[in-house]
Write a protein that binds this ligand. Structure first.
Ligand code: DGJ
Length: 724
């Protein structure tokens, strides 16, 4: 891995064994994007910049009419003059003007990964970072573009720091994290979109002239759009072709856009959503943007996913969880909702323990007067009617059953019906004179307020200091409205959304660092805030409130483009399913849940003895393959088809497991051989249910016959061990 400045050509060449990223300096002023893709051994500007005298193209004074910044591939926009494409930043000065003129000033190569203060970012080991400084000499503003290249992965990270070295305050109206111009537009755009209970559907469509964008203005990254863009060649599929992935490490409002402009180039821009955003940059201060991950694959979507999985497992989640096995859990929610007593829970835990379950999670309903979802958020004291002996006693009883104990919180919220609201109505987000809006009958705490941050840190520290809580489920069940804050002056009200996210990160940094052994699970009504920003603190996320096996196969399939199975909470729930009413076999529910971060969430006392036996066997099976399922490689084998069938594969050095999930049973079932594609060609594999031995190459290329499947939503698995 290296970052090299070639003085003779005025280019920066960032490269490792797999990729090259090349930045040019034109006219000693403008930063051009010259190349991003497979590693280049050398670069001598074969792909010359095109300079044509174009209509409506502006030129810097003193330059030829053939030189226009508006047609150059850039690394950052020149907003307000010269460049009319979407911009990466926008300033407004005290006089009300938007114009800036940033030009290249200098560079620096840092011998480490830039770690962002107060924001989640990827960790590094021996990475280098290129810092390119641009200056607006009129207002003495500085913009630093940061690039880190990873040593062992085809990954670059980018972020920007905006600084005010002048004497007057300026307002940043748009603080983008990354801009990049590709000199072509024949790409497909990939996005992950959805809704509550229907997250992460993959959309692939041709780019077309104009701007195609996704984003969130909801205060969180949202289930509606994931902060991710992919750019794939037309012929790219799972195993071949080029694809770029851009993923934003941020949990609040974002924008991710692709602009196809008049001469056929594509501009990618990602950052905090400028809608409802502004930041007052006082003299001497700086603003650091969140980070963007740039991942390149020349081996199709599979390679892109393998890189994301490895990158996030090794450089994003808290270090102590990298190799740590995750417990099988029983979550109380769908089995009890708000209706439980201590005795009920202890009885359920006893059954769970005999089945081999390792963690008992008490979900919503344990605090204040919480009989339903209309009250008590903010009152984090135990409900003595349900739990007369308190949380610690319950935790002790669970520990006595040889299980860990986990507890649900929704720290960011406040119910109007709560003591906290009586004492501190001003702590909820609000704008003077306007009625507050409720979502799930609750308001949102103003996490930009330092006193609210302190309050929440205090509550969590108090509970965790007892050392009896091994796991926290951190939920967040509505989006932000009336985003205002009394502690900020009028001209800083548009800072609140970002300050909210910074407040959230501050709490998470303090609490997770103080209690590194506590396992945190991220949740926002499922995958409503499943983003790399949250993943940096919480190594697993409740993927969706939809626990139906069929729906989950699609949701987990979508998220698998970016996250490995160990990061996706997935539970066996009751049938008929509570969200969609579907009846599915227990085996299918198991195989889908087992393909994520595994647990159960059902009325355990209502299971028949036969069902309990099946579950006991499932758990035994899971435990004997835990290392494969949690730390092995995951491969998609089959795209979800019209009948909702799909297949995937887990693999490590010693074993492999294939899961085939069939949606609707088909008449006249077609002959189908499923190729495992990714097994080691040189190894032999023993089918553990038949004892038959097959070569990896025949499994990969000839494939296994899909058996006749009768009945809807059936599934099967095949397990092989590698023969020495
Ligand atoms: C939404 C979560 O996604 C559910 O799993 C559950 O924790 C409920 N909230 C509790 O209110």
């Amino acid at each position: 891995m290296s970052i090299f400045f070639d003085k003779s050509q005025n280019i920066f060449h960032l490269s490792n064994n797999e990729i090259s990223y090349i930045i040019g300096i034109e006219k000693e002023k403008y930063l051009t994007h010259r190349y991003f893709g497979c590693r280049l051994k050398g670069y001598h500007k074969i792909n010359q910049l095109q300079t044509i005298d174009r209509g409506f193209s502006t030129n810097p004074i003193g330059e030829e009419r053939t030189f226009s910044v508006n047609t150059l591939p850039l690394e950052t926009s020149t907003q307000g003059s010269l460049d009319y494409r979407v911009s990466n930043y926008q300033f407004r000065n005290i006089e009300g003007n938007h114009i800036t003129n940033f030009v290249y000033d200098r560079f620096e190569i840092l011998e480490e990964k830039l770690i962002l203060k107060g924001l989640p970012s990827l960790r590094g080991e021996k990475e280098q970072t290129l810092a390119i400084y641009l200056v607006d000499h009129v207002q003495l503003l500085e913009m630093v573009l940061y690039y880190t290249i990873y040593d062992d992965l085809p990954v670059i990270t980018r972020s920007v720091e905006y600084k005010n070295n002048g004497e007057k305050a300026v307002y940043i109206e748009n603080a983008g994290s990354m801009l990049l111009d590709f000199s072509r537009c024949d790409f497909d755009l990939m996005t992950l979109n959805g809704a509550h209970t229907n997250e992460a559907t993959i959309h692939r469509q041709s780019l077309h002239p104009g701007i195609q964008k996704i984003g969130s203005t909801r205060g969180t990254s949202s289930p509606q759009h994931h902060p991710f863009l992919g750019l794939a060649d037309k012929y790219t599929n799972e195993d071949q072709g080029d694809v770029y992935g851009f993923h934003f490490i941020y949990s609040g409002n974002f924008i991710a856009q692709a602009e196809v402009e008049q001469y056929g180039s594509t501009r990618i821009q990602i950052g905090i959503n400028p809608e409802n955003f502004e930041w007052k940059l006082i003299p001497g201060s700086n603003f650091q943007t969140p980070e963007v991950v740039l991942n390149f694959s020349d081996g199709g979507f599979n390679q892109l996913s393998q890189t994301f999985h490895k990158l996030y497992q090794t450089h994003l989640i808290p270090k102590q969880w990298q190799q740590e096995e995750r417990p099988i859990l029983l979550n109380s929610w769908e089995g009890n909702y708000f209706d439980f007593t201590e005795r009920d829970l202890i009885r359920q835990a006893r059954i769970a323990s005999t089945l081999g379950i390792e963690l008992f999670v008490l979900d919503d309903g344990w605090f204040g007067c919480r009989e339903d979802d209309t009250t008590s958020l903010g009152d984090w004291n135990v409900n003595k009617e349900k739990l007369p002996n308190g949380i610690e006693h319950l935790a002790d009883s669970i520990h006595q059953q040889n299980m860990k104990f986990g507890l649900w919180f929704e720290p960011e919220m406040i119910s109007v019906k709560s003591h906290l609201f009586k004492m501190h109505p001003e702590w909820s987000l609000q704008v003077p004179g306007y009625p507050q809006t409720q979502g799930r009958q609750q308001l949102v705490l103003n996490l930009s307020l330092p006193e609210v941050q302190e309050y929440l840190i205090g509550i969590l520290v108090k509970y965790l200091s007892s050392n009896k809580i091994d796991y926290i489920k951190w939920d967040m069940n509505r989006h932000l409205t009336e985003v205002g804050s009394f502690h900020l002056p009028n001209d800083q009200q548009k800072e609140v959304s970002h300050r909210y996210v910074l407040g959230l990160y501050r709490i998470l940094i303090e609490v997770t660092e103080q209690f590194p052994k506590v396992l945190f699970e991220n949740c926002s009504s499922g995958g409503g805030r499943f983003d790399p920003g949250m993943v940096a603190f919480m190594p697993q996320t409740w993927t969706s409130d939809n626990t139906d096996a069929l729906c989950r196969s699609k949701i987990q399939f979508g998220y698998s483009y970016l996250y490995p199975p160990i990061m996706m909470g997935s539970h066996v729930s009751d049938s008929p399913n509570h969200q969609v009413g579907r009846i599915t076999p227990l085996e299918s529910r198991f195989l889908i849940a087992m393909s994520g971060n595994f647990g159960y969430e059902l009325a355990i006392e209502e299971l028949s003895p036969q069902e309990l036996d099946v579950i006991r066997d499932q758990i035994t099976f899971y435990k004997s393959h835990r290392s494969l399922l949690q730390f092995g490689q995951f491969f998609r084998l089959k795209e979800i088809d019209a009948a909702y069938s799909t297949a995937w594969l887990f693999k490590n050095e010693t074993e492999a497991l294939l899961v085939y999930f069939n949606g609707l049973a088909q008449p006249a079932q077609k002959i189908q051989y499923l190729k495992t594609k990714y097994l080691d060609e040189a190894s032999d594999y023993k089918d553990m249910s038949t004892g038959e031995i097959y070569s990896g190459s025949e499994l990969n290329h000839a494939g296994i016959l899909i058996p006749r499947i009768k009945g809807d939503f059936r599934s099967f698995h095949t397990h092989w061990t590698v023969i020495e």
